[in-house]
Design a protein around this ligand. Structure first.
Ligand code: ATP
Ligand code: MG
Length: 329
């Protein structure tokens, strides 16, 4: 029996961070045997906010590819590709966009939140429509398992709507995908912001050196009400405690209790999370160094993954055109 397909991508807007790792990447690595796996570099989606700086996107392609390989994505088991090199996705986006209303997109809570925090005063057509393009990203390869963070749930809901509408308007070509949330569907930022994000400058990137991890954790906010070391803390609002839960789960219950009792100070608590992150990052650094020394190999991984993906995309578009009676000759 064919395996189900698992697929996700990341916007090429900067290095990947712990939020990506705990929200999605860890699951992708863990499940790459269970599913036929696809991971893509979302350069088109990056253009929705970075269309003035395509060179910036270009520069980050190999960085994110190294992040994937360092995190344990195995190119033998996962197909890696670049979104803009699969033109069928753009074609499918156009077909889908005919039956998605502007109102539905305007009310998408993630689009609204991102528009609010962006530096643009106006809403751009491509940005408003990116969830439609995301539906095409998922469906062109008929992926059904989508490991994502919580902010993606409205987009998955829209994809399911689009699939149902397409199947009912034309022919049943697509299956409905499901989001696969991790135990940390939204990792808090080092500044206490609800979401660690590339765009907000509150992230610990996966390529951080020991010094960078130590420094960023030292500077991270904690419970602001805790002025003295022995004051009882409120772990539920502290980013450091959230990191213990995500990256040091075996000790997190003890740390919670000690913080609430005031028997562990913030500095000691930070030292312990720094040690756990070092354990996570050490094997990643080794894999990164291996691939960073072999840029040709990294290019080949992307080229062969993109070729493989195009073959799948063109097969799906043949079915789509058949279903829509657009197969003229
Ligand atoms: P940007 O701010 O440029 O949109 P981002 O940090 O939100 O960048 P994306 O590329 O948009 O990253 O997201 C890629 C994937 O990582 C998505 O599935 C998203 O839900 C997940 N993700 C990103 N940040 C977090 C986080 N802080 N916690 C959990 N999951 C996250
Ligand atoms: Mg995002």
């Amino acid at each position: 029996m064919n395996k189900e397909r698992m697929l996700t991508g990341d916007r090429v807007t900067g290095k990947l961070h712990l939020g990506h790792y705990s929200g999605s990447l860890k699951n992708r690595v863990m499940l790459q045997d269970q599913y036929e796996s696809f991971v893509f570099l979302a350069d088109v989606q990056a253009l929705t906010t970075h269309f003035e700086r395509p060179d910036y996107i270009r520069r980050h392609i190999s960085e994110i590819t190294l992040d994937y390989l360092a995190a344990g994505i195995d190119p033998e088991r996962t197909t890696l590709y670049i979104q803009s090199l699969i033109p069928e996705i753009a074609e499918l986006t156009i077909f889908f966009s005919m039956f998605v209303t502007v109102n539905l997109l305007r009310h998408n809570p993630t689009v609204k939140a991102e528009a609010k925090s962006s530096h643009f005063d106006e809403m751009y057509y491509g940005f408003l429509g990116y969830p439609v393009s995301q539906a095409a990203d998922i469906t062109f390869c008929k992926a059904t398992v989508i490991p994502v963070g919580e902010d993606q749930l409205p987009h998955l809901e829209l994809t399911r709507k689009i699939v149902r509408r397409f199947n009912e308007l034309y022919k049943p070509v697509f299956a409905e995908p499901q989001a696969l949330l991790s135990e940390t569907p939204r990792l808090i930022g080092t500044d206490g912001n609800a979401k660690m994000s590339k765009s907000l400058g509150n992230a610990i990137t996966l390529d951080s050196s020991t010094e960078e991890v130590t420094r960023t954790i030292k500077r991270a906010v904690t419970d602001p009400a805790r002025l003295r070391k022995n004051d009882p803390g409120h772990p539920e609002i502290c980013p450091i405690y959230a990191y213990h839960q995500a990256f040091n789960p075996l000790e997190s219950a003890e740390i919670q209790e000690a913080c609430e009792r005031g028997s562990i100070g913030c500095a000691a608590c930070k030292e312990r999370i720094t040690a756990s992150l070092e354990e996570l990052f050490t094997p990643m650094r080794e894999r990164r160094a291996y691939y960073a020394a072999r840029p040709k190999l990294v290019d080949e991984i992307l080229i062969s993954g993109t070729q493989r993906t195009r073959a799948i995309a063109s097969e799906t578009m043949r079915e789509v055109r058949d279903a829509m009676s657009l197969n003229y000759f």
